[in-house]
Design a protein around this ligand. Structure first.
Ligand code: NDP
Length: 279
């Protein structure tokens, strides 16, 4: 299947430029771009993401601060940590890992992260800026899907994109990024009628649903580019939303799971930390 997009190779290119940026900062005796990540409790997925961030930051010569609070931490305690990181001149990017324990107010925590350090675009001010077409930090998964599309297709002006999934961290921000590139964007969701017809008519399909292998070949047509954002566990394996083997036989380009969108997300998060360090 020669049409599987080599996302690792793309990520390597971005890693090189991040490393060069970090070296340049060092030469100029400026502070090292540093990401602080806050984990409350011990969610397994969040712990995995935290470890991956720490590994990638180290390999790129970036700074990394990990703060872990107990599961029973109060809202005030979490907000105090965020306030301290907001005020710390050696921290350029802040990420609070979600989901937070159920007793905490995630919206209040998101809104508390300083806009200029909100590298995952969770503060509504960044979301609003993105909506207005202004410069903003964008949720990294949406940024990753957008980056892959642009790297593979270049100019997407006038192309039709169907995004299946309307979450605040994937579908909606990705739609804004693609609209800014003058694509014609449709967002589909669980109430969309005739989904197969909708996806088959697009030039680009992004699946961000979280239902393993829901998208079989009947959803696609020749020449399409398919980005599979989904990550679910099925039979002990990480599985995407798209039945990759059979769909790859139909379309022009497709990402796999694993080694797809997730293979560039942390790198692009670090790119946002570098951007934040310029401010
Ligand atoms: P959400 O659960 O927030 O959203 C899922 C979306 O899929 C909703 O809009 C929902 O519609 C829609 N949906 C559900 N069932 C169907 C259906 N049968 N037909 C059409 N649409 C449907 O998920 P997220 O956006 O947070 O994540 C989506 C996937 O992406 C998950 O698998 C997640 O694990 C993965 N992910 C991967 C990341 C990566 O780095 N690779 C990072 C973040 C997420 P409705 O709104 O109507 O309910």
């Amino acid at each position: 299947m020669g049409n599987i997009i080599n996302v690792k190779e793309l990520a390597a290119k971005y890693k090189e430029s991040i490393k060069a940026f970090a070296t340049e900062r060092e030469v100029q005796k400026k502070s090292i771009p540093t990401l602080a990540t806050v984990l409350v409790g011990s969610d397994e997925g969040s712990q995995y993401y935290l470890d991956s961030q720490t590994r990638v930051a180290k390999s790129l010569n970036l700074g990394k601060v990990n703060i872990t609070l107990p599961q029973e931490a109060t809202q005030e305690e979490v907000l105090t940590v965020v306030d301290e990181l907001n005020a710390d001149p050696n921290v350029h990017g802040i990420m609070v890992l979600f989901p937070l324990p159920a007793h905490l107010d995630a919206k209040e925590v998101s809104s508390r992260i300083a806009v200029q350090k909100d590298i995952d675009g969770v503060n509504p001010i960044n979301a609003g800026r993105l909506f207005m077409g202004d410069k903003a930090f964008v949720p990294c998964t949406a940024k990753s899907a957008h980056t892959i599309i642009k790297e593979v297709l270049g100019d997407i002006k006038g192309k039709s994109v169907v995004i299946v999934g309307r979450s605040n961290i994937v579908g909606k921000p990705l739609a804004m990024l693609l609209l800014a590139d003058h694509a014609t964007v449709t967002i589909a969701h669980s109430r969309t009628k005739n989904l197969q017809e909708v996806t088959r008519a697009a030039d680009i399909v992004v699946a961000a649903v979280g239902r393993p292998e829901m998208f079989t070949k009947e959803y696609f047509s020749p020449g399409q580019t398919v980005i599979d954002v989904g990550t679910s566990e099925k039979d002990g394996k990480i599985t995407g939303d798209v039945k990759t083997d059979e769909v790859a036989e139909v379309v022009a380009h497709i990402t796999s799971v694993p080694c797809g969108v997730g293979a560039i997300t942390t790198t692009l998060l670090m790119q946002s930390v570098c951007e934040a360090s310029k401010a």
